[in-house]
Design a protein around this ligand. Structure first.
Ligand code: SAH
Length: 216
């Protein structure tokens, strides 16, 4: 599939939506320059793959806007050696970026059809350092903890305690927190077992549904 058939090319997306808005981490920019986002969207919205917005991926869920993916990834400050836990695999696009930039990725998706589709796409693109599980990500993945980094791509009222407990000392957890209609992207660092939060930007995500999230 040639990206040059798309109305906005990947390169233009990186230049206009990421660099121009202040994304500077060269590893993040390179990963987003490399990964074919069109492979992670449904066939009928493929021409919108590099549009400046979220897109529907079925099951009432969305693939996040490219800029938000870049912002969250940059906030994780990955150097390549980390084990990362992702909650909300969705399309698997963010997962692919994490797989490029970290050593190993564990990703949990609540909805089996999305987990299956993203597993297929990631296999086709040869990402073998990703393990996907279907389940309630608000409880984390205790058998694999601790994680140097945790990213939650669905919104919660507060950080699920199980996830903060599974974050390694000195680690970073990125999560959208707030109310149903609007949230703030937060980067939470664990310092001597305590939370140190930094607000990154306003955002709007689908809800994190589970035992330590919203009710179904
Ligand atoms: N990063 C994904 C975002 C998908 S939207 C992408 O860009 O494609 C958020 C995803 O979180 C949805 O697929 C939704 O099903 C999933 N989700 C919601 N609550 C969850 C939970 N408790 N555990 C795991 N996944 C959850």
């Amino acid at each position: 599939m040639e990206e040059c058939h798309l109305p906005i090319t990947r390169h233009e997306m990186v230049r206009r939506q990421l660099r121009a808005r202040g994304i500077v981490d060269p590893r993040v920019l390179n990963a987003m320059e490399k990964i074919p986002r069109e492979r992670f969207v449904p066939p009928d919205s493929m021409d919108q793959a590099y549009a400046d917005r979220a897109l529907c991926i079925g099951c009432e869920q969305t693939i996040s806007q490219p800029y938000i993916v870049a912002l969250m990834t940059e906030a994780l400050e990955l150097d390549g050696g980390e084990t990362v836990l992702e909650i909300g695999t969705g399309s698997g696009y963010q997962t692919a970026i994490l797989a490029e930039l970290a050593r190993e990725v564990f990703s949990i998706e609540r909805l089996a059809p999305l987990a299956e589709q993203s597993r297929k796409t990631l296999d086709e693109l040869d990402y073998h350092n990703v393990t996907i599980r279907v389940g309630d990500g608000t409880l984390g993945w205790p058998e694999r903890a601790p994680f140097a980094r945790i990213i939650v791509t669905a919104m919660a009222a507060e950080c699920p305690p199980a996830l903060f407990a599974q974050l390694a000392e000195g680690g970073i957890l990125v999560i959208p927190l707030g109310e149903r209609e609007s949230q703030t992207l937060e980067a939470i660092r664990k310092v001597e077992g305590r939370k140190h939060s930094t607000s990154i930007a306003g955002c709007r995500f689908v809800p994190l549904i589970g035992e330590q999230g919203w009710p179904p």
